[in-house]
Design a protein around this ligand. Structure first.
Ligand code: GDP
Length: 310
């Protein structure tokens, strides 16, 4: 599984390598080293609040042990960041698939509703997931409830074919709740294992977003009372503060149960995963480190931290 390490290479360069350069020639962690560390973490989009929390933890270690050698800094950072991330609820990391979405107690399909703004990699993430679920023997239905753009429907169709999933769609401009209803009805009738609903996320109007998502939920519950079993927010990890802002707005509009953070391969700012998961206390379930099917990875806190901090 080399894709995680290679996918995070730029972030590693932006964090681990920079830290190494900052401490080169210095023997102990002092005020100056901590200032540089703070700047490196903020530049890597860890976020100001989370960065300050990390720095405080290191300062506490320095105060407690009286002396901290720079050779120990990376190990201590790994410990402290892992501990900080452990305070956020963990997504499942128990299996390689990590998404053994099972039918619910009533025998209904597991309903995954996916939200996020255009361009973040929502369709790609759904496609990768569907392909892996189908390969694991699951019957998967995809609902094209992002009816705002024709391209979104077409693109999902391509992924559905590639993945071996069934696509339920209507015309562009159709009522997303109606598409979600049709998808769940068809999935339930077919005894499918999983239904994944792709929704449009337009943030320009918070009240509209909230109303639309609530409506989709209510309508889906007419078919599957416990739907959605999970609401996953997809964020583009290369967009830094925008990703934080989207996490904020979507969590205000609806209950988000998990995160998928994409495009980490294209950025040195992978620290965004640490900041967002720490700040919003929403488990990161997947990270995207490329465009291929295997590049959607189950998020593993320890491996992730080890990849960034050496
Ligand atoms: P949507 O508008 O949110 O549905 O976004 P798309 O799924 O269409 O993705 C937008 C672009 O990002 C596409 O070109 C994808 O191939 C690309 N993309 C998605 N996830 C990743 C990723 O993890 N890494 C890279 N490098 N590109 C990605």
């Amino acid at each position: 599984r080399a894709t995680l390490e290679s996918g995070l290479e730029k972030s590693r360069e932006g964090i681990f390598s920079k830290i190494s350069r900052a401490v080169a020639g210095k023997s102990k962690v002092d005020e100056e080293v901590l200032d540089e560390l703070e700047e490196i973490l903020i530049t890597a989009d860890v976020g100001v609040d989370t960065t300050l929390r990390i720095i405080e933890r290191i300062e506490a270690r320095v105060a407690r042990d009286k002396y901290l050698g720079t050779d120990e800094l990376n190990a201590i950072l790994r410990d402290e960041v892992t501990a900080l991330l452990a305070e956020a609820p963990a997504a499942t990391t128990s299996s390689d698939l990590g998404f053994l979405f099972e039918k619910d107690k009533a025998g209904n399909p597991f309903v995954l509703m996916v939200v996020g703004v255009n361009g973040v990699g929502k369709t790609t993430t759904i496609g990768k997931l569907a392909a892996r679920l189908a390969a694991a023997g699951k019957t998967v239905y995809l609902g094209a409830a992002d009816t705002f753009r024709a391209a979104a429907i077409d693109q999902l169709e391509v992924w559905a074919e590639r993945a071996g999933a069934r696509l339920i769609k209507q015309q562009m401009g159709a009522d997303p709740a109606s598409v979600a209803f049709d998808t769940l009805s068809a999935a339930k009738a077919a005894g499918a294992d999983v239904a994944i609903i792709d929704t449009a996320g337009r943030l320009h109007n918070k009240v509209n977003l909230m109303n639309e998502l609530t409506k989709i939920r209510n309508v889906m519950q007419k078919v599957v009372p416990e739907a959605p079993h999970e609401v996953m927010l997809v964020l583009d990890g290369s967009t830094g503060q925008n990703a934080f802002e989207q996490a904020k707005q979507f969590s205000a509009a609806t209950q988000i149960s998990s995160l998928a953070i994409t495009k980490l391969d294209g950025t040195a700012k992978g620290g965004v995963v640490i900041g967002i998961s720490e700040q919003f206390r929403i488990p990161v379930r997947y990270i995207g480190v490329g465009e291929g099917i295997d590049d959607l990875q189950v998020f593993d806190r320890e491996r992730f931290v080890a990849s960034l901090f050496g």
